[in-house]
Design a protein around this ligand. Sequence first.
Ligand SMILES: CCCCCCCCCCCCCCCCCC(=O)SCCNC(=O)CCNC(=O)[C@H](O)C(C)(C)COP(=O)(O)OP(=O)(O)OC[C@H]1O[C@@H](n2cnc3c(N)ncnc32)[C@H](O)[C@@H]1OP(=O)(O)O
Ligand SMILES: Cc1cc2nc3c(=O)[nH]c(=O)nc-3n(C[C@H](O)[C@H](O)[C@H](O)COP(=O)(O)OP(=O)(O)OC[C@H]3O[C@@H](n4cnc5c(N)ncnc54)[C@H](O)[C@@H]3O)c2cc1C
Length: 668
Amino acid sequence: MTSTKVNVDLVRERAKCTFDLKELIHFVDGGEEITSERKAFEETVLAIKELKDDIPEDYLSHKERYEIAVRKACILRELRLRHDQNKPLLPERPTYVYNILPATIKDISPFYLHETMFLATIWGLMNDEQKAEWLSKALDMKVIGTYAQTELGHGTFLRGLETTATYDPETEEFILNTPTLTAYKWWPGGLGHTVNHCIILAQLYTQGKCHGIQPFIVQIRDLETHIPLPGVHVGEIGPKMGFQTANNGFLGFKNFRIPRKNMLMKNSEVKKDGTYVSSKSDRLTYGTMVVVRVNIVNDAAMQLSAAAIIAVRYSAVRHQSQLKPNEPEPQILDYVTQQRKLFINIATGHAIRIVGRWLWKTMLGVIQKILEGNLDQLPELHALSCCLKAVCTQDCTAGIEQCRLACGGHGYMNSSNLPLLYSHTTAAMTYEGENTVLLLQTARYLLKTWTQILEGDTKLNPTVLYLLNFAKPTDYRWENTNQGIIKGFQAVAAGKIKTAYDTASKHVSAGKSQEEAWNLASIQLVEASEAHCRVIICEVFSNEIQCASNTLSPNLSKVLQQLVELYLVHWALEKKGDILLYSTISKDDIPALRDRYEELLALIRPNAVGLVDGFDFRDEVLNSTLGAYDGRVYERLMEEALKSPLNAEPVNSSFHKYIKPFMEKAKL
Ligand SMILES: CCCCCCCCCCCCCCCCCC(=O)SCCNC(=O)CCNC(=O)[C@H](O)C(C)(C)COP(=O)(O)OP(=O)(O)OC[C@H]1O[C@@H](n2cnc3c(N)ncnc32)[C@H](O)[C@@H]1OP(=O)(O)O
Ligand SMILES: Cc1cc2nc3c(=O)[nH]c(=O)nc-3n(C[C@H](O)[C@H](O)[C@H](O)COP(=O)(O)OP(=O)(O)OC[C@H]3O[C@@H](n4cnc5c(N)ncnc54)[C@H](O)[C@@H]3O)c2cc1C
């Protein structure tokens, strides 16, 4: 970061910043100590020369990319083992160690599923005896695993999974089978050629009865030779939109036997004689997914923040067109339409990170209660994690695309890193529960809550308590303030929940079954769920910044408050139709909102570069020609272009082979 080499526009922008950058960085990390720890970890990782590349991945084959990713994943895993020694598996806050992946593996680690879902399932769904056998082996990579749930025919509808595990009391074994093509496991990360074990979700059959899906730990490859075991058909599913190095795989079984003790028995059990003992709640089998959904909210925030840094720095460096005749071309960051595209994504990066940490903390509290045998808060956590995973990945994906568009043609270059970031967040809209399906899960909870309210029950869970205020006519008045806007969103959510409830009830009254009525009302249900989620994001973001302001300096606090207000006003304008329909706002209030929005853009403009610097992503992590700290955009674009293998020779052989003969033929 030598200032002499930094682009002059960026130097000027940084000089304008009104707050202390270090203070913002510590705030983003969650404290000065965490910043130092993170930076030390980054230094250690980035000093390893075996993690650096000469050739950009884009020019490598699928196989080469995978092999390099595995080599790097081994180095990173070893580092992580040292770094995380004595740290709990579920730390107090989401870990920053994955943020280094874009600087090293670039795409997804083939060990990602091992480090997340495999370990989390062992931790969460094995009984103590099983944990003693498996957890340290998995942590030390003596066994490497993945989470194999999805099948070719079913990802969403878990009750429809077809893989079977049939208990044989004679040998005290389960026999695994893949009865149809659609029963093949399909998608699990690392499954193709990396892992030797899997958590398999299969329909449990014992004593002639099916007991629904249960998790099993299954060895699929020999630990010495890595050859698939007899009865196992495993491979990789091929190239995708992104995730090229994730090694997603397929897997089928033919009469494959595993010992009884390989069923994960923390919740349900199969006794030696085949007797099935059911769990307190069959939903506990889905526990790993809840943890991972919560984590995805945090990943999405990081990815959007990266995109915002790239697009804002580029917009400070890029000059185009004319604002005033006979004046130099302005920075594109000075166009108000550009500010509209970018500043909301800075605000959203903060909002989602903050909500993600709040959700993480909430989840740890619920897990603690579950460990004590109290499942009361699980439905609320499930409803929250579903809608937040869906809305946050949706907003971040849209935000990254907006950042890409804000970079014009250069945003379309892979070297900008925006396409890769997009490919990751858009995948997150599908994996770990397809977003529409998850929104419908939350809607199910909201409709139950609404029924409770109609029945006069006022004992609601904290995140839906606001609905009570809107169940009867109220005297609330719209106000163009943060709290007023949040109340407006609450009115929208309550109004949409009521409308969806009434629609479903109307269909039932007309003779439809509950299920048909649900499907007929499902567009409204999804919208109600999104509106409820917006209330949660707005409330948590606003409250947490308000609380933090007590300890932050006035300058930083002021800028963060501006971001909160921008977020609220942006969404009020985006959803003005809904607000006009469901709250007490009048159309005469809208121009004031619009004026305030434009004022906020102008207020944030001088701090735009400072704000994205505050996310504190190293150049290696951003991995972008457009977003580097020094703003040498054009030099980097040219340097990267020159790495194309096509530029290694002045004339490509295809000219002599095809073009020249073709031209000659055309002459005749
Ligand atoms: C620069 C930045 C750098 C950042 C670096 C970042 C690096 C990023 C790396 C990314 C790597 C990504 C790895 C990818 C991992 C993907 C792994 C997967 O997809 S794995 C595969 C993931 N696959 C999926 O996610 C599958 C999605 N499907 C499902 O989860 C379920 O089948 C279902 C929920 C849709 C329905 O299930 P069904 O059995 O039909 O249930 P019903 O509907 O009939 O509801 C019955 C009752 O149960 C209740 N309940 C339900 N669930 C839960 C729960 N979890 N808990 C509690 N309760 C739950 C429900 O509320 C209801 O309650 P009530 O009303 O009766 O009281
Ligand atoms: C990059 C990536 C990594 C993955 N990694 C893993 C992994 O490691 N392990 C693993 O087990 N799986 C993994 N998956 C699979 C993933 O979890 C599933 O793809 C996901 O759960 C969606 O299921 P599906 O593909 O069956 O979609 P579908 O359910 O077939 O969805 C298709 C459409 O149908 C709609 N739909 C389906 N059901 C309903 C309904 N009830 N109501 C309304 N609409 C509905 C959906 O909204 C969607 O529009 C991964 C997927 C991806 C893309």
